[in-house]
Design a protein around this ligand. Structure first.
Ligand code: 5CA
Ligand code: ZN
Length: 409
């Protein structure tokens, strides 16, 4: 699949700091010091209703991770999937009486447009579940042949007990795992499973549903977690730096994915850090496709909202926090954008060298964007009140805000 066009990232004077980021698995901060190439996998959308502010906030967090790495002069190897066949997508297509392929294509196209407008850096590999199927089938066969997977009425399940490290991404209790499994696409109550938590790797073809050749598995379609694992292992290999997504993916998705990968390779861990963004809500509820309480990036764009203001609204919250989208959040961002643009449009201003370092300090500190925005606010206030004689300052601020925050002034 093709991704979307990259916006240029200006180079800044000096060098950025190594990123310290919260890792869900260890529950603490880790300093990611990858080699010259940093490797990141971020779970992509299930394309039936894209792109709401929750999605945008999550992708914004992982865009910042990459911008911090780029500022340390590292290269970034970024992989993202598109879950272009799965239960919720098929259910939506049936509900609306439309073709599931067309629905996925339309929503993925819209997502690309939104990502481009928001200046999110594109992955080098943007891979659909459907195109990954030929790589998924042999992995499921290997798990089954090694005894880590078993068949149940034609479907194939992964045995979570095959991985001694199972549970070490979420660190959730069995009770909570069971509850979340039922809520998030699992089937803990299906009779015949070895462990109620075991997730499906391969679903045998169902009447009226799309299916693919599964070699010795028989016709069917892949489970959700093995999709991301197959794509990540194919393009990044084991031990990559960051596995990213929203906090609703901690369990079962990232827990199961790590177990699949670790059992397949015998290596641990799959990722050096499991990084999760908080949930964005509206009116006291998580913003989600199934609840239908959505604010779409594309709708705001159509209403004439500057994408840079949308991005500033996302940046005004700490990525790990849960927060609520309100009209006020957007209005504050629109005003801030106006202030910043006025401040950089003058021919000179107060020196911005310290500001660049403040931005670097804040972002490398677990992506502390509120502190980063406050630093730019202070420079803009000084510019407004006193001005300054440094004729390189406005340009430097523009470049720093673009390079590190992805906001074009
Ligand atoms: N296709 C799978 C991942 S492989 C999936 O979860 N798709 S999704 O479209 O439901 O979500 C895409 C990304 O947005 C995920 O990282 C998810 O955690 C995140 N996300 C979904 N809803 C919200 C929300 N309300 N707030 C923040 N992030 C969210
Ligand atoms: Zn995923």
């Amino acid at each position: 699949m093709h991704a979307w066009p990259a916006s240029e990232v200006p180079a800044l004077p000096g060098k950025g700091r190594d990123l310290r980021i919260h890792d869900t698995a260890t529950g603490g901060r880790v300093t990611l010091a990858p080699g010259p190439v940093a490797r990141i996998y971020v779970c992509g959308i299930t394309p039936y209703d894209a792109t709401h502010m929750g999605h945008a906030a999550t992708y914004n967090a992982f865009d910042l991770v990459q911008r911090v790495w780029l500022d340390t002069k590292r290269q970034v190897h970024y992989v993202q999937n598109v879950t272009d066949v799965d239960d919720p997508l098929l259910e939506r297509a049936i509900r609306d009486g439309i073709d599931w392929v067309g629905l996925a294509e339309r929503e993925t196209a819209l997502f690309r447009e939104d990502m481009t407008a928001l200046r999110m850096l594109p992955p080098q590999h943007y891979i659909g579940a459907v195109e990954a199927i030929p790589g998924i089938v042999p992995l499921v066969e290997r798990l089954r042949d090694s005894g880590a997977a078993y068949e149940l009425e034609g479907d194939v399940y992964f045995s979570v007990d095959a991985d001694p490290h199972f549970g070490q991404v979420s660190n959730y209790t069995t009770e909570l795992m069971r509850h979340l499994s039922a809520e998030r696409g699992g089937d803990p109550d299906r009779p015949g499973k070895k462990n109620p938590l075991d997730p499906m790797l391969w679903m045998a073809a169902r009447e009226g549903e799309p299916s693919w050749d599964g070699a010795s598995l028989g016709p069917g379609r892949p489970g959700w977690h093995i999709e991301c694992v197959a794509i990540a292992l194919d393009h990044l290999g084991m031990g990559f730096d960051v596995q990213g997504g929203g906090s609703d993916l901690i369990f079962p998705h990232h827990e199961m994915g790590a177990s699949h990968a670790q059992t397949l390779t015998g290596e641990f861990p799959m990722a050096k850090a499991y990084v999760h963004a908080g949930m964005v809500g509206l009116d006291g509820e998580k913003m989600s496709k199934s609840r239908g309480n959505l604010v779409f990036v594309s709708k705001l764009r159509r209403d004439g909202v500057d994408p840079a203001a949308i991005r500033l609204a996302l940046l005004s919250h700490r990525y790990r926090d849960d927060w609520e989208w309100t009209d006020q959040v957007l209005q504050d961002a629109v005003e801030r954008l106006g202030r910043w643009r006025a401040a950089v449009s003058r021919p000179d201003g107060p020196s911005a060298d310290a500001l660049v370092e403040e931005l670097r300090d804040a972002l490398s500190d677990d992506l502390d964007t509120p502190t980063a925005l406050a630093a730019v606010d202070r420079w803009a206030t000084l510019q407004e009140a006193e001005g300054g004689a440094d004729d390189s300052a406005p340009g430097l601020v523009s470049r720093a805000v673009d390079a590190l925050l992805g906001v074009a002034l």
